[in-house]
Design a protein around this ligand. Structure first.
Ligand code: PEP
Ligand code: MG
Length: 593
């Protein structure tokens, strides 16, 4: 049916993008190497020699362009030469080598990332472009330092193009769409990676896990990225493009149709109230979330303020960010998750120890405990914002009661400090816990003693239950939300919370997959938080269903012994009853991707 080569992967962000391919050049990977004091002078000499050699390369290229009457290119390279010699790069890198006793390439990487991020945040598009220039210079200097081959192509992305690469980092996912790129495809990465989550929030189609992608794609060649079905079509003909344009139109009208059904709070046919909330990462997303029918913000991921910049965000900035969310919500509740960095989410401003298994290492609360200064600044900002509107705080990746007690102790100290200063804040601010580890899911009853509420983060809960990295497509076949073990863990968490009369919600991607709505509500959940555009389909299912049929399906699912048996049962029922809703969510269920 489709002319062009079809490559299959996993749909990570819905929708269809059509455009020319832009190959994303992998950034130079720098090992964070420390050096001994006596090696500092020779490391500085290495830096100086590399700068001189890079300057020579640029001079040669520049002369060639001038001779070829490519005057603009010549001017650009001359500007690059000036930037290269600027004290802000060479001088800053030299000072870092001397003060921190680190290798030249690590110093250069830190300096370049810091400058580029500052440019990247500027309002003026011209100045933002200069950030890309700095990165290009840094890339060339690093290649010289490390003796790597040169990348010749000018790789600044153009608007309307589709980014193709090996893997997309969360920072790429944030930055690249700003240059107008309309879709992405990558050889590696998972549906629940943070890059995927960010692109879903930005509503930019994305397909991950496409084997052989880079070899099959030519820069500038036409591509279709179908983020709903997880396909990439290389060199489609005119008819194929027309077909995908029609499909794109149909998908949009289905979503509009479901959106128009939004009226009042969500409830089942027999009157059981279900809270539907939004997962967002920036204040600007609140108004869209309300339009899709969100009643509140069930998960505000706070780490974006930390990822995208060379310095840590100040208390005031974090306070303003939270106030902006609460103000836009107009009296509805916002649940802020405290900093979840580490793993694949690495900030520029602080070093997070990687370890051999970063997702099992210093991440989320583990980082907060190592850097109580950073955590305290965030807590102060959130507590102060709680004076403006209903705000809840939630801790990520709590593995047991000792961590929870320690986190609560830090909260209490912050509240005491603010009270001493006479600052306004909510003295009864609810503090909750994310259930993201099997240990937490199995001890929710104990955690309930020190927690006001819970939210189940199934993206991580599934990864940690199956010991299958959510980023790694080689183990994606093990990632089964409907596996009997996950159902039991969900039930344990829900029963533990309900027994202690503490509210429990779910904010992992499972919550927004309409194929799972019956199972989740049937297991006892009454609150789901999801990517806003998924709310209309889930709400439509709820309003057409009775609680007893949902409970019966969940009870039946709990008796089955394999993930395939549960998937057959659940998907069979849901596809037959709700074809429009499952199609409008435009994704294969997570279980079959
Ligand atoms: C989760 O793990 O399900 C979750 C909601 O958190 P994140 O995806 O940000 O890790
Ligand atoms: Mg998580």
């Amino acid at each position: 049916m489709t002319a062009g080569r079809v490559l299959s992967g996993t749909g990570a962000s819905d929708g269809i993008a059509i455009g020319p391919a832009h190959l994303l050049v992998p950034p130079v990977v720098v090992v964070e190497r420390e050096i001994s004091r006596d090696l500092v002078p020779s490391e500085v000499a290495r830096l100086v020699a590399a700068v001189a050699s890079t300057d020579e390369q640029l001079a040669l290229l520049s002369v060639g362009l001038e001779a070829g009457h490519l005057h603009e290119g010549h001017l650009l390279l001359e500007a690059h030469r000036m930037m290269l010699r600027d004290d802000q790069i060479v001088g800053a890198a030299r000072r870092l080598i001397e003060s921190d006793e680190i290798a030249a390439e690590w110093a250069v990487r830190r300096v370049i990332d810091a400058i580029a991020a500052t440019f990247g945040r500027m309002e003026d598009p011209y100045l933002r472009e200069r950030g890309a220039d700095i990165e290009a210079i840094g890339d060339r200097l690093l290649r010289t330092l490390l003796g790597l081959p040169e990348v010749l192509a000018n790789h600044a992305p153009a608007p309307g193009t589709i980014g193709v690469g090996s893997i997309l980092s969360p920072i790429d996912a944030l930055h690249l769409p700003r240059s107008g790129m309309v879709g992405f495809a990558a050889e590696r990465g998972g549906k629940t990676s943070h890059a995927s989550i960010i692109l879903r929030a930005l509503e930019i189609p994305f397909v991950v896990g496409v084997r052989g992608l880079i070899a099959a794609v030519h820069p500038g060649g036409r591509l279709v990225v179908d983020g709903s079905l997880g396909d990439v079509i290389v060199n489609p003909d005119g008819d194929t493009i027309a077909l995908y344009e029609q499909r794109r139109g149909r998908q949009r009208s289905r979503l509009e149709a479901l959106k128009s059904r939004v009226t009042g709070p969500a409830a089942s046919r027999d009157g059981v109230r279900i809270e539907l909330s939004a997962n967002i990462e920036a204040p600007s997303e609140v108004s869209g979330a309300l339009e899709f029918g969100a009643e509140s913000v069930g998960l505000f991921r706070t780490e974006l303020l930390y990822l995208d910049r060379p310095e840590l965000p100040s208390e005031e900035e974090q306070f303003q960010d939270a106030v902006a969310v609460l103000t836009a919500l107009g009296g509805r509740t916002a649940t802020f998750r405290t900093l979840d960095i580490g793993g694949e989410k690495l900030p520029l401003a602080v070093a997070v120890p990687g370890g051999a298994n970063p997702s099992l290492g210093v991440r989320a609360m583990r980082f907060a405990f190592r850097r109580p200064d950073i955590f305290r600044t965030q807590l102060r900002a959130l507590y102060r914002a709680s004076a403006v509107g209903p705000l809840r705080i939630m801790f990520p990746l709590i593995s047991g009661i000792s961590e929870l007690d320690e986190a609560q102790r830090l909260c209490a100290a912050t509240a005491k400090e603010l009270a001493r200063e006479g600052a306004a804040f909510d003295r009864n601010l609810p503090i909750g816990v994310m259930i993201e580890t099997p240990s937490a899911a199995l001890s929710t009853d104990h955690l309930a003693e020190s927690s006001s509420f819970f939210s189940i983060g199934t993206n991580d809960l599934i990864q940690y239950t199956f010991a299958a990295d959510r980023e790694n497509e080689d183990v994606a076949h093990l990632y089964h939300p409907l596996h009997p073990a996950i159902l039991r863990l969900l039930k344990s968490a829900i029963d533990g919370a309900s027994g202690a009369r503490k509210p429990i919600s779910i904010c992992g991607d499972m919550a927004g997959d309409p194929a799972f709505t019956w199972v989740l509500l049937g297991l006892g959940l009454r609150s789901l938080s999801m990517s806003p555009r998924l709310i209309p389909a889930v709400r439509s299912i709820i309003s057409a269903s009775r609680l007893d049929e949902m409970e019966a399906l969940a009870a039946h699912a709990l008796t089955l012994r394999s993930e395939t048996a549960v998937e057959d049962l659940v998907l069979g029922v849901m596809r037959e009853r709700f074809p429009l809703e499952l199609a409008s969510a435009e994704s294969r269920p997570i279980s079959s991707s």
